[in-house]
Unconditional design. Structure first.
Length: 734
């Protein structure tokens, strides 16, 4: 027997001291184990206990004796969670760190080895938990939970994955710490919550259930403000299951689900705890619309950036994005293209709507060699950047701004590279903005028409304008970067409905609604500035001294102007009616300028594309019914800018109503106007080319848009199709 013990001891650790048994006197559990072993050994000598039943009974009792020690349970738990471990690793993790405790650890480990709860791989010298050990560990956990239930006490399953005995003092602490509640009131609320908990006689409590009870009591006593601070933000189980079931709208894997879930939490936080109550109520009721509320207080909407300075100086990420390769100062064409894709990817995470990149032409003009090499490198940069994560279904648009008349060779190379990028990308997230202020559109209209016919995103404009038509009005005093906060839209038809067809009252209500909306935008700027300073947006924080060097504009978007003036207020679409329309815009601009001076931030008014137009139309339809005013809309959403059909362009002149009106609005709106030219789906490249050249003569800014069919199953779009995909025959068309 003694020689066998020695052999087991060597299996545990060949370097153990022989005197480890002396250390066991201090361990009460081990004394109990020794007594149990003696009892079991004496049982073996009884002839009346022979056979299978006797051996099975002893086996079970021996396993229970092993479970009697918390040290041995801990060893099993460590091996179950960590996997195979060496002797020294297991000893350290089990808490036996001093040399004096080596004997105790060896004793416990040998017990586990004898009962086959732990096994030793002699070739690797590592210990692992056996299947029997896992079964014993699971049984121990079940016994522990059942003993808690049988004790009659109440226990709480916490969010920290633990079970704790219910303690009412923790409720008081939460009320004071989280809700800033006076101690006396916190004690009173806690007493009532505790009485309800004991009344329900719930064996298992959860942190969320206790919080629900607390919030219920707070509401009953009229403490809604405290309730909002203590509310748990999250999703109902039904909504989570629905998201996991309906995955058709998720095109970026698990990341899309996580973003959607997280944004709903932060959107709820914004509306209940960040925004002033009147602004939050205006959004929920449909008077205004906040785009992307989940990231509203975290990142700006649109950024105008000069990429040349970022790439030439190198991007300083500090201690953020430690898993991203550091970008040194780029000197070669290959380095520039590689750095470009990384910078586009990183910048896209710091804006919710668009990144407008300037300076690319001058950057490549210094380092480019051959046209073919340049186009290949730019295409590679665009393709690599297309894998950027996105906050919403459409994602952050990245627009490359090209100035015609600067460097024809480089400009043409970038456009050709973009054409190839569009061919291999079903829905491009990168777009082009062609600035034709100092050049001729006819120089690039041929290749651009091919890009548009293949689903490319192209905008024509003079000056700094985003692809959505919003202008950067701070170009005179801006450095390498300018920022626009533009995610507030005003529902003009709603104001018109509630103005009793009084045009003066309508404009007065518009002015009243703009003031709190702009005040909340100013608060948003401060929140984003603070989070950026603390490292949430590393590119903005490290490379541009955000808020010190970069001007920030607050932009309010007007939605449904035509419906409000012509359909609801009752004016005709004639000279008099359009004058009223202009007065509405002038009122908004004047109020914005005055409020901007008060806030210390430039304010601009725009009319551009926005998700709010369809939401407003639906909410107003539900509130006011499907009356004649709403039925007279074109489509199922309110007007956002100016829309022109390509089939009408050839007949237009500078004196045409739609052209003169759009040019007039462009001058009045200091934040930009989107003029969208809808290209017929069967248009040829030559027809698109003619439309582009004609529109460039009529207006300074316009965006040609052509809807093309894309297979939602395989992404095919190489040729026009309507009913089903010619490649995979799928009827799922997007």
């Amino acid at each position: 027997m003694k020689s066998k013990d020695k052999e087991l001891e060597l299996d545990v650790d060949p370097n153990l001291d022989d005197d480890f048994d002396a250390d066991l006197d201090d361990d009460v559990d081990d004394d109990i184990d020794a007594d149990l072993d003696d009892d079991f050994d004496s049982d073996d000598e009884s002839p009346k206990r022979g056979g299978i039943l006797q051996s099975t009974s002893k086996r079970v009792r021996m396993i229970f004796s092993v479970m009697a020690s918390p040290n041995r349970i801990d060893i099993l738990r460590i091996l179950n969670s960590k996997g195979p471990l060496t002797y020294s690793e297991l000893k350290s993790l089990a808490g036996f760190k001093s040399k004096k405790e080596s004997g105790k650890f060896a004793y416990h480990l040998r017990k586990l080895l004898r009962q086959s709860l732990v096994a030793l791989n002699k070739s690797e010298r590592r210990y692992t938990i056996t299947n029997l050990g896992k079964l014993v560990l699971s049984l121990a956990r079940q016994i522990e939970e059942r003993s808690i239930i049988e004790s009659g006490k109440m226990y709480v399953r916490t969010t920290h994955e633990s079970i704790e005995e219910f303690n009412s003092h923790k409720i008081i602490q939460s009320l004071v710490r989280e809700g800033s509640m006076p101690l006396e009131l916190a004690q009173k609320i806690t007493e009532e919550v505790e009485n309800r908990i004991y009344k329900y006689q719930t064996t298992y409590l959860t942190g969320s259930l206790i919080r629900e009870l607390v919030n219920s009591v707070l509401l009953e006593h009229g403490h809604e403000e405290y309730r909002n601070k203590l509310a748990r933000l999250g999703l109902p189980v039904f909504d989570v299951n629905d998201m996991l079931t309906n995955l058709d709208s998720v095109d970026n894997g698990a990341e899309g689900l996580l973003f959607k879930t997280g944004q709903q939490v932060f959107a709820e936080h914004l509306l209940t705890n960040v925004l002033p109550k009147d602004v939050a109520d205006s959004h929920l009721s449909g008077d205004i619309h906040l785009t992307n509320p989940g990231v509203w207080s975290m990142i700006p909407d649109t950024i105008f950036v000069n990429i040349k300075e970022l790439l030439e100086d190198g991007v300083d990420l500090g201690g953020k994005y430690l898993d991203v390769s550091r970008i040194a100062s780029s000197k070669q064409i290959e380095e520039i293209s590689s750095s470009l894709s990384i910078v586009i990817s990183l910048l896209s995470k710091e804006a919710s709507q668009e990144i407008v990149i300037d300076g690319l032409t001058s950057l490549f003009s210094k380092y480019s060699k051959s046209t073919e090499e340049l186009e290949a490198n730019i295409l590679s940069a665009f393709a690599n950047a297309s894998t950027t994560s996105k906050f919403n279904k459409s994602g952050t648009v990245v627009s490359i701004r090209l100035q015609l008349g600067t460097d024809t060779k480089i400009v043409n190379s970038i456009i050709n590279a973009y054409k190839n990028y569009v061919k291999i990308t079903p829905i491009p997230k990168i777009g082009l903005i062609i600035d034709h202020d100092k050049g001729k559109v006819s120089d690039v209209s041929g290749v651009v028409s091919e890009i548009i016919s293949n689903g490319g995103n192209v905008m024509f404009a003079k000056g700094q304008t985003s692809s959505s038509g919003v202008t950067n009005s701070t170009t005179k005093n801006s450095g390498p970067l300018s920022i626009l906060l533009e995610s507030v839209s005003i529902n003009l038809p709603r104001l018109a409905f509630e103005s009793n067809k009084d045009e003066t009252y309508f404009r007065a209500r518009l002015a009243l609604l703009m003031k709190p909306a702009l005040a909340s935008m100013s608060l948003r700027k401060k929140d984003i500035s603070d989070l950026t300073r603390r490292g949430l947006n590393p590119i903005l924080a490290k490379n541009t001294q955000y808020m010190q060097r970069s001007p920030v504009s607050l932009v309010i978007n007007l939605v449904g102007l035509k419906e409000a003036v012509f359909n609801i207020l009752g004016f005709q679409d004639d000279k008099e009616g359009r004058e009223i329309l202009h007065k509405v815009v002038e009122t908004a601009v004047d109020v914005g300028v005055k409020k901007g001076k008060e806030l210390g931030d430039p304010v601009a008014i725009s009319m551009t594309e926005n998700p709010s137009s369809s939401r407003f139309a639906v909410l107003d339809g539900e509130k006011y019914g499907k009356n004649s005013s709403l039925n007279s809309m074109e489509g199922d959403s309110y007007s956002e800018g100016v829309v022109i059909d390509s089939t009408d362009v050839s007949e237009l002149s500078a004196k045409s109503d739609v052209v003169s009106e759009s040019n007039k609005l462009s001058k009045l709106l200091n934040g930009g106007l989107l003029v969208k030219v809808n290209i017929a789906h069967n248009s040829k490249s030559t027809e698109i080319k003619q439309t582009i050249e004609k529109m460039s003569e009529l207006t300074s800014s316009f965006k040609p848009v052509m809807k093309i069919a894309i297979c939602g199953e395989c992404g095919f779009k190489d040729e026009p199709f309507e009913d089903k995909c010619p490649k995979c025959k799928s009827p799922y068309i997007v």
